[in-house]
Ligand binder design. Structure first.
Ligand code: SAH
Length: 360
């Protein structure tokens, strides 16, 4: 095995921190196409990450019911299938009633966290979102509500928090400003994305950041910056999944990220923050039939089955060939339960707060 990598893994395990250069050295050999096989190093890293995860969360896997509330978006991110410029995307928006029904159905299925995710759709004003969050909390007081609705003002985040929202997911996408600008049109700004994350944190949300693995122009250096950012920002959650090209975007011809690198990074993030909530994503399940199982075995502890109504699932197409668009919510949940059992893990009915979180 490559000694340098082994010593970095040991240092990370002991100190939960590396320098930017060390992160780059840890990742570099995994990103080089011509590099010798690094499966042994990856296995060692996964073993350590898995045992750390085991100490904090045992073999429990938390589930979040994902409700894709709208694919209407004012933004034009180059990688995303629901970007404004995609004329071939058939747009939809769920009604408040439909969203509440998804939650009720999810509750029956054992979900105790609902994630409302969508494009940046002006219909979902503060007033609409606050009413919705209030209703969900009233119907299901023992549940957590997570929002993933993109960039908004601090005041807006504050109002939604005051209305009862517990958590917010906003991937930073990349911690490198120049790289950010290659993934987004000039109307979007890295600084605003980071401002949003800081505001969310200060307001009191449990916050999730994250990035795509293998996005165009990503390098070992930009990934090292992502890891340093995650180390310092200390998110409660961290969503990472492979980039998967969408045929109707400027990145249609770009290669997808790999399962190997995604799992390697999941393991590193688990060693940086032993308590972090780490989803094994749908994108990972899309590029590999056992991708989500592999993610859990690399150190992840969360899965997010789809709770959206059947009729809209295919339309929330962030990337090509997204899985779970043909199954009902109950099927999605049971399928994931079986997948987790097949590797010796158990889906639990629990809000699944980050360990060490003090509810105020
Ligand atoms: N509008 C919300 C929700 C975005 S969709 C927001 O801005 O936060 C959730 C995540 O899907 C994005 O943050 C992005 O990282 C991921 N995503 C988008 N397009 C993707 C693609 N082609 N491949 C993989 N992941 C993608």
């Amino acid at each position: 095995m490559y000694r340098k990598i082994i010593s970095l893994i040991e240092k990370l395990e002991a100190r939960h921190s590396l320098t930017l250069e060390e992160y780059e050295a840890l990742i570099g050999p995994m990103t080089e196409k011509s590099a010798p096989d690094r499966a042994d190093e990856a296995a060692l890293l996964a073993e350590k990450a898995s045992s750390v995860r085991q100490q904090v969360y045992g073999r429990d896997v938390y589930v979040r019911g994902l409700i894709e509330i709208s694919n209407i978006c004012k933004n034009d991110c180059y990688y995303c299938g629901i970007r404004r410029s995609n004329r071939s995307c058939e747009r939809y928006r769920l009604s408040e009633q439909e969203i509440l029904e998804c939650c009720a159905q999810g509750y029956e299925l054992g979900f105790r966290t609902f994630v409302l995710q969508g494009g940046e759709d002006a219909h979902f004003s503060d007033e609409v979102v606050c009413r919705l969050v209030g209703q969900i909390k009233k119907n299901h007081p023992d549940c957590a509500v997570t929002l993933s609705l993109g960039e908004r003002s601090r005041e807006s985040y504050q109002r939604m928090f005051d209305a009862g929202a517990d958590r917010y997911l906003l991937r930073h996408e990349t911690a490198d400003k120049a790289h950010y600008e290659k993934l987004h049109p000039p109307q979007m700004s890295f600084d605003n994305r980071m401002r949003c994350l800081r505001d969310l944190r200060e307001i009191g949300y449990q916050v999730g950041c994250g990035f795509m693995v293998g996005s165009p122009y990503q390098t070992a250096r930009t990934l090292a910056e992502d890891l340093k950012f995650i180390e310092e920002f200390r998110p409660d959650m961290c969503g990472i999944g492979p980039f998967v090209p969408h045929q109707a975007t400027p990145f249609a011809k770009e290669p997808a990220g790999t399962v190997e690198l995604t799992c390697y990074l999941l393991s590193i993030i688990r060693l940086i923050h032993p308590n972090v909530l780490l989803p094994s994503t749908t994108a990972l399940g899309t590029i590999d039939p056992r991708g989500r199982e592999k993610g859990i075995l690399a150190g992840a502890n969360v899965v997010m089955p789809n709770l959206s109504p059947m009729a809209v699932r295919k339309k929330y197409e962030l990337y090509d060939n997204k899985i779970c668009t043909g199954d009902e919510s109950a099927q999605c949940r049971h399928c994931l339960e079986q997948r987790m059992e097949s590797i010796g893990y158990h889906v639990v009915t629990d809000r699944g707060d980050v360990k060490g979180w003090k509810d105020s």
